[in-house]
Design a binder for this molecule. Structure first.
Ligand SMILES: [Fe+2]
Length: 315
């Protein structure tokens, strides 16, 4: 736990010498104002439940991990193809084979991959967290790339687990969408995502977004780390509702693209609506099915209804 204390500042306490409240009892630190707002606003409370800051990280630790990740000799592999537009690369730091190019997550006790062995500061940081790791990866999302709305963990056994994100390189156009809100996971913090709830990620303009992602089993160490989930002002922004005029306009534009033979572009136009509007769950997939049904392409409509069921599977 000593290394943990060196690298992580819990509950929003600034790195370095802490004010008396932090030193005396880190569990009773005054909460950031945003927590109070989040807890009283039901919409924000839902967002907080799905994505939240858990701790601030000391800049030198992030800097060292960033340098090691950017210096990695491989970008990894493009896996989970049905979930993405392309442009999402992962490489493993802790998995079951030790090969960084095995990236399909699974339960069990992982071991360091050959890549992590070449990243000593990152290995030290992970070790210092004292968590029960299931899987640890680096994930790179290129500019103009999307992970479509989905749920994770559905294929895994039913046990308590959580996903931690440490943004190493990011930009304001890289956002997670969940519960009808866009959340930019800023660097300098350790975040918790609840991936068993529907979510999607995009990097609209770039540059690349590079996150360290750790899946961990629930235990006391995780409980201590996650004791004060919070969001700061500006972390989350509500997406607007889609009006019927917006809907008609989007379907018309997609229909024109499909008519010209650009079916993929038509579908992506509708998939991207997830990042622009607060849609009901699976709403973007419904729009695509509607597009295809309207043009008599029943097989395509069925394919997208099946994709919706597959990508949004509940654990
Ligand atoms: Fe996900």
């Amino acid at each position: 736990m000593r290394q943990f204390a060196l690298a992580v500042s819990l509950h929003g306490c600034p790195p370095g010498p802490h004010p008396t409240t932090c030193q005396e009892d880190p569990m009773v630190t005054t909460l950031p104002a945003a927590v109070t707002a989040a807890q009283t606003d039901p919409v924000r409370a839902e967002v907080l439940d799905q994505v939240a800051r858990l701790a601030d990280l000391e800049e030198p630790a992030v800097e060292q991990m960033r340098a090691e990740a950017l210096g990695a000799p491989t970008r990894g592999v493009v896996a989970y193809g049905e979930y993405q537009s392309g442009g999402w690369w992962t490489t493993s730091l802790m998995n079951h084979s030790g090969d960084p190019h095995d990236v399909v997550i699974g339960d069990g006790r992982p071991r360091p991959t050959s890549l992590l062995k070449a990243m000593p500061a990152t290995a030290r940081f992970l070790d210092g967290l004292g968590l029960d790791f299931m899987y640890v990866r680096l994930a790179r999302l290129e500019p103009h790339s999307y992970l479509w709305e989905h749920r994770d963990y559905a294929e895994l056994r039913d046990t308590g687990r959580h996903r931690l994100h440490i943004p190493l390189v990011t930009n304001p156009s890289a956002v997670l969408v969940t519960a009808g809100a866009r959340v930019h996971m800023a660097a300098g913090a350790l975040w918790r995502l609840t991936p068993s709830q529907a979510h999607g990620v995009c990097n609209s303009t770039g540059p690349d977004r590079l996150h360290l992602i750790a899946d961990v089993y629930a235990d006391d160490a995780y409980g201590a780390l996650a004791a004060r989930p919070h969001l700061r002002d500006g972390d989350a922004a509500d997406l607007p509702e889609m009006t019927s005029a917006d809907r008609a306009g989007l379907l018309e534009r997609a229909g024109q693209l499909a008519e010209l033979g650009f079916t993929d572009a038509a579908e992506q136009t509708l998939l991207r609506a997830f990042y622009t509007y607060a849609l009901p769950e699976g709403g973007a997939y419904d729009l695509i099915a509607e597009l295809h049904a309207g043009r008599g392409a029943d097989a395509d409509a069925s394919r997208w209804r099946a994709a919706k069921a597959h990508l949004l599977a509940r654990p």
